[in-house]
Design a protein around this ligand. Structure first.
Ligand code: GTB
Length: 223
């Protein structure tokens, strides 16, 4: 059965692939699994039909037969558990890769999201520059720790895993800040991850959605 995921009909990132459907698309591409996408507007996400799938009215969701999931990390874990390729078979190595999935979402992503949210909600405030300096330092500290652990390895723990995939999507959110480039091994890690054909296919798929929405706007301009 082909699963269906949900994604933004018009991503606010304008096709940069930074929304969280991207990590699910990338996972599906890595695993060679076909999928369908139901595109939602912000208003669609808050309708009862979607809220039944996602208690917080967000994307992405995942439906396959009688299984419905929300939370991108849970979806990636489900897929990586069901299909081979993104988690090692050795039990200890598998758990370490899962620990990296949690580290990406619970330890590295939060300060990065806080930084993004400050720009969205607080950039007009008089104290924004001061706050940004503090948030940047927090992100730098976390990235410094991650960089030390990665060292000169290609991936976080052995072969490329769902942990690397999630970590790369988290670091990509810092793209416009230049902070990742302060850590050459992390910049190389992101470059290696995004050079993977599966990432490229996922990126093109989400970009196509944005370009389609944009061309629909151009061909039917507002009255
Ligand atoms: N913890 C959840 C998960 O991992 O699945 C978080 C899901 C989430 O935040 N979804 C966002 C959403 O649906 C989209 S990805 N927001 C609508 C709402 O809450 O009403 C977050 C996101 C949005 C935009 C950008 N961007 O423009 O760069 C990046 C990331």
């Amino acid at each position: 059965m082909i699963p269906t995921i949900t994604a933004f009909e018009r991503s606010p990132d304008r096709g940069k692939g930074l929304a969280r459907d991207m990590r699910v698309r990338w996972t599906l591409e890595e695993l060679g699994q076909a999928y369908e996408v139901r595109q939602l507007s912000f208003s669609d996400m808050k309708q009862p039909e979607h809220l039944a799938l996602h208690p917080f009215g967000q994307i992405p969701t995942y439906e396959e037969g009688d299984l419905a999931l929300f939370e991108s990390g849970a979806i990636v874990l489900h897929l990586a558990e069901r299909h081979s390729g993104l988690l090692p078979t050795d039990a200890n190595a598998r758990m370490r890769a899962i620990a990296w999935m949690f580290a990406a979402l619970n330890t590295v992503e939060p300060p990065i999201v806080e930084r993004s949210m400050a720009w969205i909600l607080e950039r007009e405030e008089t104290w924004y520059v001061q706050r940004l300096t503090m948030l940047d330092e927090r992100v730098r500290r976390r990235l410094g720790e991650l960089s030390r652990r990665l060292g000169d390895a290609d991936w976080l723990d052995g072969a490329f895993s769902a942990g690397d995939l999630l970590m790369a999507t988290v670091l990509l959110r810092l793209q416009s800040s230049g902070i990742v480039d302060e850590f050459p091994n992390l910049a190389a890690f992101v470059a290696r991850a995004t050079a993977r054909p599966a990432y490229q296919r996922a990126f093109e798929a989400q970009l196509a959605v944005f370009l389609q929405a944009q061309s629909a706007e151009v061909s039917s301009p507002a009255p």
